[in-house]
Write a protein that binds this ligand. Structure first.
Ligand SMILES: Cc1cc2nc3c(=O)[nH]c(=O)nc-3n(C[C@H](O)[C@H](O)[C@H](O)COP(=O)(O)OP(=O)(O)OC[C@H]3O[C@@H](n4cnc5c(N)ncnc54)[C@H](O)[C@@H]3O)c2cc1C
Length: 485
């Protein structure tokens, strides 16, 4: 039988993740293989004991924060089991607790990589899958789970399934499952908002399970589709002093990204002025920032990555988008363009620093002001063609509410994160109202309320207040059906 250990004092930090929330639990268990995880889940189901699955606890929304019951931490199921050739695909088989760093290390000697480059490198493959994590290169490669070819999945009742991409697809009323059973869904669910994340006709079971934060079971192992690393990689940081030029550039870039030359664009990340100021303010204490030129003041920026194997085609694509930038009225003198791996990596780390700095700032601000713990940050996705409207609505909303806010994220996917740092409890209330107002807009546009950060305790109230009751009921029905399997 699996050893259940007390949380205090040794494992107290396992009650937290990067959301700023702290939970409670009766004990913690560290399964070391798939069978052990299945046994824990089966026993917990029989005893009706609540489980909280954890990878590396880098999640931003409290999905790994327990609310009683048992913590199941998968960090000791962290083996990289090997690279397999399947047709023309290179599949890396890993346990769910393998970190993205370990995956990158295993892939690199073969000239391969897990290209979506989804997130914080200490995150686990299972956490990345369960959170639906995206990351820098999501613009071209989609979320990390799109590159999962097969899974070992454990049902809430402790059954072990092997699921291969393409084998189990939802139709309008059900999906076949391993072992010859079916999971039922209702045809009327098709008319409910996409944001409810209910199954859609034609959807692969793997993609449906991704981003579900452990509601329908646990991932124990993954076969990741690795791709050859592109030979050439450029990182370009464009600065803008006027919102008008930024919007013109973004709109032109969106159209250009649909052309053959635009296929080389793999990342387009936005930083508003406040975010650049946050970075600039951290210069003294950041060795990364000290290696970069000072960030120009009073500017917003767009970071682009372009990659490919054909140097000539890539350079011509770079010139194309530089022209778009100049035509839009960007600040030509301030452009940074780099192509050595070390320099590109620094610009990627700059993006990463934003999340780190905001994590630290929001935890400190909540503590100082005596406000409820937990990051106040949006993860909405609207239609890409409405980007200008969304930018304006974030900007004017923050100004009206009088709340300190930072806007950054995936520009061309219109998945921008507005991180709010209220200065007192009245501003905290206004921040909540503002987040709901932005969420309503995303919902009206059939966008997403949760995109890459996954489901977690910080998002429960938002979903309940914005989704129609039928959508909430349908989500609960589906959990009950998976639990009853
Ligand atoms: C500095 C920083 C930068 C980040 N940048 C990005 C970014 O660019 N893009 C992005 O998308 N995210 C980003 N994140 C968020 C975070 O890294 C991701 O959500 C990550 O994928 C979570 O992985 P984890 O192993 O830490 O999972 P955890 O935080 O431990 O868990 C996340 C969720 O997955 C569930 N879970 C974990 N393992 C399993 C499993 N095996 N089976 C079923 N459910 C499981 C948990 O219950 C929880 O709901 C960032 C975080 C930090 C701290």
């Amino acid at each position: 039988m699996m050893k259940i250990e007390p949380l205090y004092p040794k494992y107290e930090s396992y009650l937290k993740d990067e959301s700023g929330l702290t939970g409670e639990a009766d004990g913690i268990v560290f399964p070391q293989n798939t069978e052990a995880l299945a046994t824990i889940m089966r026993t917990a189901a029989e005893d009706r004991r609540r489980l909280t699955l954890q990878g590396s606890r880098t999640g931003l929304v409290g999905g790994a924060v327990p609310g009683g019951g048992l913590v199941v931490n998968l960090s000791r199921m962290n083996r990289v089991l090997g690279l397999e050739k399947k047709g023309d695909k290179d599949l890396l088989h890993v346990e769910a607790g393998a970190t993205l760093e370990a995956i990158a290390l295993a892939a690199a000697p073969k000239g391969l990589s897990f290209v979506p480059n989804p997130t914080e490198q200490s995150a686990t493959a299972g956490g990345m899958f369960a959170a639906g994590s995206c990351g820098l290169n999501g613009l071209r490669y989609g979320a990390g789970h799109r590159h999962v070819e097969a899974l070992h999945w454990i049902t809430p009742g402790g059954e072990i399934w092997q699921i291969r991409r393409g084998e189990y697809i939802f139709d309008e009323s059900s999906c076949s499952l391993p072992g010859g059973r079916r999971i039922r869904c209702e045809e009327k669910w098709a008319s409910l908002p996409r944001a409810a994340r209910l199954p859609q006709k034609g959807q692969d079971l793997i993609d449906f399970l991704a981003g579900s934060g452990g509601r329908y079971g646990a991932v124990a192992g993954l076969w990741l589709n690795l791709l050859p690393r592109p030979r050439e990689l450029w990182g370009v940081l464009y600065f803008f002093s006027e919102t008008g030029s930024l919007i013109r550039f973004s709109e032109a870039l969106l159209e250009w990204s649909k052309t053959p030359a635009g296929q080389q664009l793999t990342a387009a990340e936005y930083y508003d002025r406040a975010t650049l100021e946050l970075l600039a303010g951290a210069r003294k204490r950041s060795s990364l920032l000290q290696k970069l030129p000072p960030l120009p003041a009073q500017r917003a920026a767009v970071y682009l990555e372009l990659s490919g194997d054909d140097q000539g085609a890539l350079e011509s694509a770079l010139l194309d988008n530089y022209e778009l930038f100049c035509d839009a009225g960007g600040d030509e003198d301030d452009t940074w363009a780099v192509n050595s791996p070390t320099e590109v990596q620094r610009l990627q780390q700059l993006r990463h620093s934003v999340t780190e700095l905001l994590n630290a700032a929001s935890t400190a601000a909540a503590k100082e002001q005596g406000l409820p713990a937990g990051r106040l940050e949006t993860d909405f996705t609207g239609p890409p063609e409405k980007l200008a409207q969304y930018l304006e609505s974030y900007r004017s909303g923050l100004a009206r509410a009088g709340v300190r806010g930072y806007l950054y994220g995936h520009l061309l996917q219109n998945n921008l994160h507005a991180a709010l740092l209220p200065q007192d409890s009245a501003a905290w209330d206004r921040s909540q109202a503002l987040i709901r107002q932005w969420g309503k807009k995303a919902l009206q546009d059939n966008g997403l309320l949760i995109s890459e950060h996954g489901e977690g305790r910080l998002k429960e109230g938002l979903l309940e207040s914005l989704l129609p009751p039928e959508a909430i009921a349908a989500r609960e029905t589906l959990v009950a059906r998976f639990t009853a399997l």
